[in-house]
Write a protein that binds this ligand. Structure first.
Ligand code: CAA
Length: 396
């Protein structure tokens, strides 16, 4: 990304590297993911083969420096690539976003040098799959009220972890997990700590796989910990710092979900424009009717507004690298607006397609189902509104 200080506002320009990445990912997504998306949506299988190919292209750790197995690019590169993948298939983009923003990003920000080498390098390079585990059956939006526990053993060498986590993206296949659990329950949010979990170790079990409405190829499951002994050196950050880590990482994650929502909306919009030009009714293409035109105009305008809010969040994240300030507000606004736009656009796309929009013979039905989760995960629309309002009212 190029940040030009022209007068006061910072402007955002695509570099030749961004252009090249965009074209390469677009080409890959259209040729390799579009043809298989329907199959994986139907089967619900994890698309390991294409995820491995994405890893070879550097897409599983875009912002991770090359020395840790990543592509060494910036947040704009991440967003550009994620939009193209989501446009082809939302499930692939979910897997990619969690690997990048929630897993690698957290360890790069809060990990020690040794932790970055051991836990990021194999995941950013695509050899292993990473996951992020915050939610529990009774702790979703109110993320600090978790029931799982990590207790330091008498020798002071291991934390013994017990409890049940839920709704973990890539849970059924993850090799490594950034886990948030309580070490000091009496301290509330300041009693949460973060741990790096190797899922091949005893005491780790995968629970039921969620049967989902959309993003069906992105496997989601419970994780169960039964006396899992986590070495003390695998704590991420300091004891009690876990909630801050979880929230900081979610700020980055929400830009990713906004980009995913934009990609789904663009796919639905482009399908609708094609259909409105081709479908004949009352002696001409349906695009000649003002009621269809109004839909097209509103869809396009909201899509472009989403893109600007996402780019605004990218700029804020870039600035944060220099200033150390938070970009919570910008990330929440982007996620809120883009996810509600994806819902609006995919709904209108189904309407424009009529009966064909309701049929599994056209992909708009899948876009409609896939869009729905973007208003729920990584903070519901209600939570985003709460975050934005608290910021504006000075109540955070
Ligand atoms: N960055 C850094 N620190 C933050 C922060 C942020 N974005 N947000 C809050 N904090 C800090 C606060 O500053 C505060 O620290 P101090 O006490 O030192 O001041 C501390 O965290 C507690 O903050 P709050 O009092 O605001 O906490 P709260 O309990 O009221 O909750 C919340 C705030 C915004 C509602 C938060 O709980 C939240 O975001 N909930 C939604 C959780 C969520 O998004 N879950 C999705 C999980 S991932 C997923 O979807 C699955 C997947 O695999 C994709």
């Amino acid at each position: 990304m190029v940040l030009e200080q022209t007068g006061t506002p910072l402007t955002l320009t695509l570099t030749p590297e961004h252009e090249m990445l965009l074209n390469t990912v677009r080409d890959f997504a259209q040729k390799e993911i579009v043809p298989i998306a329907e199959h994986y949506d139907h089967s619900g299988d994890f698309p390991m083969e294409t995820i491995k190919k994405m890893a070879e292209m550097g897409l599983m750790g875009i912002e991770v420096p090359e020395e840790y197995g990543g592509a060494g690019m910036d947040v704009l590169a991440y967003v550009l690539a994620l939009v193209e993948i989501a446009k082809a298939d939302a499930s692939h983009s979910t897997i990619m976003s969690v690997n990048n923003s929630l897993y690698c990003n957290g360890i790069m920000l809060f990990g020690t040098e040794e932790q970055k080498r051991r836990w990021v390098t194999p995941v950013a390079s695509g050899e292993k799959i990473g996951a992020y585990s915050l939610t529990e059956p009774m702790s979703g939006s109110d993320a600090a009220t978790m029931a799982s526990r990590a207790v330091l053993n008498e020798a002071g060498t291991h934390y013994i972890i017990n409890g049940r986590k839920s709704w973990v993206t890539s849970g059924p296949v993850a090799d490594y997990v950034v886990l948030f659990t309580m070490t000091d329950p009496e301290k509330g949010s300041k009693g949460v700590s973060a741990f790096l979990i190797d899922t091949s170790q005893p005491g780790f079990h995968r629970g039921k796989k969620e049967p989902k409405l959309g993003i069906r190829a992105s496997a989601t499951s419970e994780l169960i910990f039964e006396d899992y002994a986590c070495p003390v050196e695998n704590m991420l950050g300091k004891r009690g710092e876990g909630f801050k880590i979880a929230m900081t990482v979610l700020d980055a994650g929400r830009i990713g979900i906004a980009a995913q929502a934009l990609g789904i909306a663009e796919a639905a919009y482009e399908a609708s424009v094609r259909y409105a030009r081709e479908r004949q009714a009352f002696g001409g293409p349906i695009g000649q009717f003002q009621m269809i035109q109004q839909k097209i105009a509103d869809m396009k305008t909201r899509i472009e507004a989403s893109r600007h809010l996402i780019y605004n969040a990218c700029l804020a994240k870039m600035r944060a690298k220099v200033t150390g300030e938070r970009y919570t507000l910008e990330a929440s606004m982007a996620k809120l607006f883009a996810s509600e736009t994806a819902q609006f656009v995919t709904d209108e796309a189904v309407q424009i397609h009529g009966g064909m929009g309701y049929s599994k013979e056209m992909p708009v039905e899948r876009y409609y189902r896939d869009a729905r989760i973007t208003r729920i995960y990584e903070g519901t629309s209600e939570i985003q509104r709460m975050v934005i309002a608290r910021h504006e009212l000075g109540m955070r």
